[in-house]
Ligand binder design. Structure first.
Ligand SMILES: [Zn+2]
Ligand SMILES: [Zn+2]
Length: 256
């Protein structure tokens, strides 16, 4: 089984486990490498990201744990950089770049908070046209490499998070398909790693990982590569269901 997991949150942001608890769990599970990826500071919404002060503490503690446990485990210090963050990412070992909001008018609308919020955003800004909202979402994702020189693209189709509970749009609709294909084509120009992210399964929102099978196949057919991520918000879910999805990962050694 793949023993690298670079998408792990902690109590410094919206996770339930401390960094140390995740290190202990990863060692117990036999991991060779883990990376912490705290949510980058977003000035317009402090509810789930790390505060600026905590970002410093997080960096110091994660770096220290890396030195302390280096004989048992490689601990990388990363960040999950939101598209709209304004904090630099240079000091981290890597960044997972993700779109969690859409900036519509002067508002930052969360993509992953509820189906209700997405529906009312479509009403307010797109005359109820969910496909126009999806198009805006994928345009924003497609700019991740341009804005942040993204090496890892987080949960590319996060906009589908609530589809199993409340279907907001048809994923076979040609406008939806065209939107994600255009986005993938743009991202492929710089050959980032695309996440196969099992986080919404472990947290009960979905039965399949991000992205959809269609998007995975399209990325593969066009020469893209993947990284498996648990998007863990607690120590027990590190490596969650990696055995089921590692078939998609051709190169089992990830170069960051
Ligand atoms: Zn995320
Ligand atoms: Zn995450």
């Amino acid at each position: 089984m793949i023993k690298i997991d670079l998408h792990i949150h902690s109590t410094y942001c919206d996770g339930k486990s401390t960094l140390r608890e995740s290190v202990d769990s990863a060692i117990e599970k036999g991991f060779a490498t883990i990376g912490f990826s705290g949510h980058s500071y977003t000035f317009f919404d402090e509810s789930y990201c790390m505060s600026l002060e905590d970002t410093e503490r997080y960096f110091t503690e994660a770096s220290w744990l890396g030195r302390r446990f280096k004989k048992k485990l490689t601990v990388l210090v990363g960040i999950e950089q939101d598209y709209y963050s304004d904090q630099p990412i240079d000091r981290y070992d890597y960044a997972i770049c993700s779109v969690h909001y859409l900036k519509l008018g002067e508002e930052y609308i969360p993509v992953d908070e509820s189906a209700e919020i997405l529906k009312s955003a479509a009403e307010k800004y797109f005359d109820g046209d969910m496909y126009a909202l999806c198009e805006r979402y994928y345009e924003t994702v497609s700019d991740l490499t341009n804005k942040w020189n993204a090496r890892i693209i987080g949960h590319i189709d996060l906009i589908t998070k609530f589809q199993e509970q409340e279907k907001l749009f048809d994923e076979d609709n040609p406008r939806y398909v065209a939107a994600w294909k255009k986005c993938v084509d743009k991202l492929l120009e710089t050959q980032p790693l695309f996440e196969i992210n099992t986080g919404a399964i472990s947290r009960g929102y979905r039965t399949t990982p991000y992205p959809s099978k269609e998007i995975i196949d399209y990325i593969r057919e066009n020469g893209g590569t993947f990284i498996l991520s648990s998007d863990s918000h607690s120590a027990e879910t590190i490596g969650f269901k990696f055995d089921e999805y590692e078939q998609y990962i051709e190169d089992k050694t990830v170069q960051i």
